[in-house]
Design a protein around this ligand. Sequence first.
Ligand code: NAD
Length: 547
Amino acid sequence: MSNAYFKIQEPQNEPYFSFAPGTPERESLKKRLEELKSEVIEIPAIINGKEVRTSRTVDVIMPHNHQHKLATLHLCGEKEVNMAIEASLEAQKEWSVMPWEERVAIFQKAADLVTGPWRDTMNAATMLGQSKTPHQAEIEAAGELADFLRFGAWYLANIMADQPYSPEGIWNRVEYRPLEGFVFAVSPFNFTAIAGNLPSAPAMCGNVAIWKPSTESVYSNYFFMKILKEAGLPDGVINFVPGHGPDIGDPVFDSPHFSGLHFTGSEPTFNRIWKTIANNLDRYKTYPRIVGETGGKDFIFAHNSADVDALVVAALRAAFEYQGQKCSAASRMYIPNSIWPEFQEKFLVEVAEIQVGDVEDFSNFMGAVISKKAFDKITSYIDFAREADDAEIISGGDYDDTVGYFIKPTVILTKNPKFKTMEEEIFGPVLTIYVYEDDQFEETLDLCDSTSPFALTGAIFAKNRYVVKKMSDRFRQSAGNFYINEKPTGAVVNQQPFGGSRKSGTNDKAGSVINMLRWLSARSIKEARVAAKDWRYPYMGSAPEES
Ligand code: NAD
C-alpha cells in the first residue's frame, strides 16, 4: 500500500577511481586481491535463497595463471532447474504485487553496496576471474553495474508515471504488470555488469528470474548474488543456476511458464535458443518476450581528413582493451592510402609498447583471454593470417599459454577486404586493416556496410563535416552504436544506450527505458464515473422533416 507519490532521485553516473600510485583505492584493491587469492571458495547454486550443492563440480581458475584455482563450482542440471522454476513461481505470488518503489529500493541499495563496501570485492573478483585490469574492472563491475541498477529504478519510476488521457466522465489508467511466468536470464563471460543486469532489470519490474551465469565469469557473478541477498532481495525472486548451456536451457524451455528470455552472448547461441523456443511455442502459456544482444564485427572507418593522432589512440584502445573481448571491440579498420604511412608508423610504435601479463601487475594494459577454448580459437585466426597470401601480420602474432592464456596485440594488414578476419567475429586482440585508394572512398563505404552480418558498433573519423554527414547517412543501418571521431567502445548507461541490429541482436538497448518496457505487460483500465443508461445512439432518433 503506497499512501504518497514517492520520488526517486534522478541518478548520476558513478565516478571511477583512478588507482594511480599512492591513492588509497590502489592499496585497498591490492589487499582484497591478496585476500581472495589466498582462499578457494565453493560456488553453489542459490535456489529459493538456499545454497544448493550438486555432485558435479568444476574448478574455477584465473585465466592469467590457470594453475591457480579460485573456486569449486557446482554445476546444475534438470533437477535444479525444476527446483528453481518452482521456487520462482512461488516467489512470484508476493513479488509481483509488491509496490514498485519497494522493489526498486532493494536494487538501489544493491547499487550502493556495489560502489561502497563491496567495491573492492567486485573489482578484485572480476580481475582474478575474468582477467581484467583494474581500470577495466572498475568501469564496469563497479561503475556500470551500479549505473544499470540506479538508472533502471529511475526509468521504471518514469514508466509508472506515464498515464493515458481521460476525457470527462472517464478515468483511464495503464497498469504495468510483470510478465506471467518467469524470465530466463542468460549472461556472457565478458561483463560482470551485464551479467548482474540481465536478471535484475526484469526483477525490478516485478518479474521472477532464473539466472544462468557463464561458467567463465561465475566467480564475480556469485558475489553479486550475495550483494542482492544483503540488499534484501526476497528468496526465490532471482535464482542462481550455474551450469552448461543446454543442461540449463533445455529444461527451462520445456516449461509452460517460460515467459521471457534476457540474453547476451554470441550469435550462434542466440540462434539455437530462438529455434528451441520456436519449436516449443505451443506449450507456452504466453508468447515469450525475446531480448538478445549478440556479437559484432565492429569497424573504424577513416577518411583522409581524419586526425591521425586521435585515430591511433582510438584504434589501440578499441581493439586491445580487455584483450579485444568486448562485443564493441574494433576488429576491422579502413584507412585511405594518403594517411596510411603516417598512421602505420605512429600506431605500430604505440602497439609495441603494450604490456601483456598478470593483471595484478598494474603496469600491464592487457591480461589473458578468458579460456583455453578462446585461446585456441583466436590463435587459429592468427595462424590462418600468417599462412595467407593476401594478408601479413605487421605487429604481434605471438602467443603463449604456458602460465596464462596470453596473446600479444596483433595487427593484420590485408589486401583483400573480404579476408576471413575482416568478416568473422574473433573476440580477441586481433585488428585487421584494409587500406583503400582515396578515390575509392564511396565504394569502400559500401564494402564496409556489406562485409559482415553484424551491426553493433562502428566509428568514423573525419574532420570534413560534409563527409561526416555522408558517412553517418551511409552507415545508418550498419551500427546500433555509432561514434564520430571517437572509439567505438565504452558505452555508458544513460548516455549511449547499447545494442545493435541485424545479426547483433534485437537492439532493445541495455540500460535504457526501451529495455525496461520489454519486461512489462501493460493492462489498460477504463472506468466510467456515470455509466450509460440507454443503449440507443442519438443518430437513431427521428428528425421532424422525416416523420
Ligand atoms: P556464448 O554464446 O558462448 O555464451 C553466452 C551464454 O549462453 C553462456 O552463459 C552460455 O553458457 C549460455 N548458453 C549456451 N548455450 C545455451 C543453451 N542452449 N541454453 C541456455 N544457455 C546457453 O557467449 P560468451 O562467449 O559467453 O560471450 C561472448 C559473446 O557475447 C560474443 O559473441 C560477444 O559479442 C557477445 N556479447 C554481446 C554483447 C552485446 O551487448 N551485444 C555484450 C557482451 C557480449
